[in-house]
Design a protein around this ligand. Structure first.
Ligand SMILES: Cc1cc2nc3c(=O)[nH]c(=O)nc-3n(C[C@H](O)[C@H](O)[C@H](O)COP(=O)(O)O)c2cc1C
Length: 263
């Protein structure tokens, strides 16, 4: 509906706010240290390296094929994904090219290279490497781009139900073998862009998810962007300190069912 409130909210899509900012007063220009580019791992947390995917996963398809064949999938095969496939998808979405504690360039662009996103995973089907060794059990995990590793968080059960609730009752989300849940720590971007951060954070998330769509297509997997979710349930599931960090986007991923003509 075209009403006063929705028209007023359109300002979030505009960049007029930039003119209101005194950039000499941003935290960056005031000399406040740059916020960490990745959330810290606490001493009690277990970190598991992702297997290298290059020898195992062979992405198929030219870029024009992948663009043409990308679509949203909401039905997936029952089986688990391989740990090498997950490794590839994480590399494609948030992988770091030249690790450095100060400045990292990644496989997705980000306004001012601020990368305010963290990637969480809900793994509903235990995930093995190509040798059949289970690397990642059922539960919630967080991706560490600097180490290309996962850190285990918790195993709330029944996980599928919690994920579906977090996805505002969209059951197909909870049924996927792995669900990507992206949070933002807005201050990473606000440190540089102050009030002009909101729109660019959302744009950053879009790029990451598009990489997921294309990379998933290249290995016979499918995904579906999900922006209709329950903010409170999603943040609670991952124990996020909203408003300093909160979920902004999700995407279930799984093997596509050949010949599936859903949607
Ligand atoms: C920002 C964004 C949010 C979306 N949110 C949802 C969602 O919450 N649930 C859903 O089923 N699909 C969601 N979608 C998927 C769209 O419905 C889908 O992209 C659209 O119907 C076009 O289909 P295609 O992706 O197969 O081309 C979302 C897509 C985008 C880009």
């Amino acid at each position: 509906m075209r009403n006063k409130e929705t028209i007023e909210l359109r300002r979030h899509l505009m960049d007029t706010v930039r003119r209101e900012i005194d950039f000499s007063q941003t935290d960056q220009n005031l000399g406040v240290p740059m916020p960490p580019i990745q959330k810290e791992v606490t001493k009690d947390q277990v970190l598991i390296k992702l297997p290298s995917w290059q020898e195992v996963v062979t992405p198929q398809g030219t870029l024009d094929y992948l663009i043409r064949n990308r679509r949203s999938y909401r039905k997936f095969e029952e089986k688990a994904m391989g740990a090498e496939e997950l490794s590839y998808l994480l590399w494609a979405t948030q992988g770091i090219r030249a690790p450095s504690p100060k400045r990292t360039l990644r496989n997705a662009p980000s306004a001012g290279n601020r990368h305010s996103l963290e990637t969480y995973l809900a793994i509903t089907k235990p995930m093995a490497n190509e040798k059949g060794e289970i690397l990642f059990k059922r539960g919630l995990w967080r991706y560490l781009p600097l180490e290309h590793a996962l850190v285990y968080l918790s195993s709330p059960e029944p996980l599928e139900t919690y994920v579906t609730e977090a996805a505002l009752g969209q059951a197909f989300v909870g049924k996927a073998p792995v669900i990507f849940l992206w949070s933002t720590l807005p201050y990473r971007t606000e440190w540089r862009y102050s009030k002009a951060s909101q729109k660019v954070i959302a744009l950053d998330a879009g790029h990451v998810c598009q990489n997921l769509y294309l990379a998933a297509t290249s290995i016979g997997c499918g995904t579906c962007a999900v922006a209709a979710y329950d903010q409170e349930a999603a943040d609670k599931l991952l124990d996020l300190p909203n408003p300093d960090e909160f979920i902004i986007y999700m995407a279930p991923v799984g093997k596509i069912i050949q010949g599936n003509s859903e949607d």
